[in-house]
Design a protein around this ligand. Sequence first.
Ligand SMILES: *Cc1c(COP(=O)(O)O)cnc(C)c1O
Length: 370
Amino acid sequence: MIPILDLTQQYRSIKAEIDAAISGVLESGSFIMGAQVKAFEAEIASYLGVKHAIAMNSGTDALHLALRALGIGPGDEVITSPFTFVATTEAIGIVGATPVFADINPQTFNISPAGIERALTKRTKAIIPIHLYGLPADMPEIMKIADAARVAVVEDCAQSVGADINGVMTGKFGKIGCFSFFPSKNLGAYGDGGMACTDDAEAAERLRSLRIHGGAVKYHHDELGVNSRLDEIQAAVLRVKLRHLAGWTENRRRVARRYRDRFDAVGIASQADASGHVYHQYTVRLKNRDGARERLSAQGIQTMIYYPVPLHLQPVHSHMNLKHGAFPHSEQAADEVLSLPMYPELTTASQDEVIEKVVALSSPSPAAVA
Ligand SMILES: *Cc1c(COP(=O)(O)O)cnc(C)c1O
């Protein structure tokens, strides 16, 4: 089988470094908020070109604590895309705010700036663009709209670590950038992990306090916080992996170029390209997507659908009373998208097998031609 992702190959390629890093933590006897977390925060802040990185337990926590840090709560509206993972709107709901959706651009699958403008109201307090599949959203345009309306931008960078627009990393455009280190992400821990980053000292201080029970000083609590720390073992793993991230991203881009060249040649639509795309996923559109996925699976090719149901049609948001047809581009994407095997270690031979089988699906069968 050709899997969509193979984390065991990656582990084998860095096994000596990982094993040493983990046993180093075990030997140190320090497991929470120690030297590894501190060093990781400094290293990733430098990599992203931001002033502050605050490591947390998950990307979901980073998103919801980012909204808390900005004082967003009941009565406030937060604009986001319905074509994303549920964690984005979960974060909005956890703080008691109301999600408001704006449809996607069908080429990029990212939130449409014009849609954001239409969704703005007096109650809008923040916008959460998602850099879906690793492709940066249209941040220059989104920041222009947000600045004019005086609303904060929180970037959902869960899929986009290392992605940039003209050298500026995703996570640095908005007030706060939120990252996930879930194992399958481009920079994945061996368990859960996440992080918020910001250039704003005040927001950084709030985030540091909120992640540890709402107080900067131990056993002194200014507000209701949570326990959302990244542990030392995961920080040590992430420090090793961060050193390899740029190389892995180059490999992902090489894989993506080969897919794109072949698919363009036969008229299979891929997500739009950009030089700063980090290809968390390589995603195509297929008209008979579900049938295609079944046939590929029978032929030993694993694929995934991110995401089969847009958020406005999910039961969790049924109280919003949004019907089919409300966000047609997101709905069509949910019906057509298919993500193909994509990881830095994918061999050309395996990739060519994937390409051949995907191309065969979409070309007319010999019977139809005859
Ligand atoms: C993975 C992901 C998250 C959540 O990250 P966790 O670390 O799993 O909590 C949020 N948003 C998007 C778009 C994601 O892909």
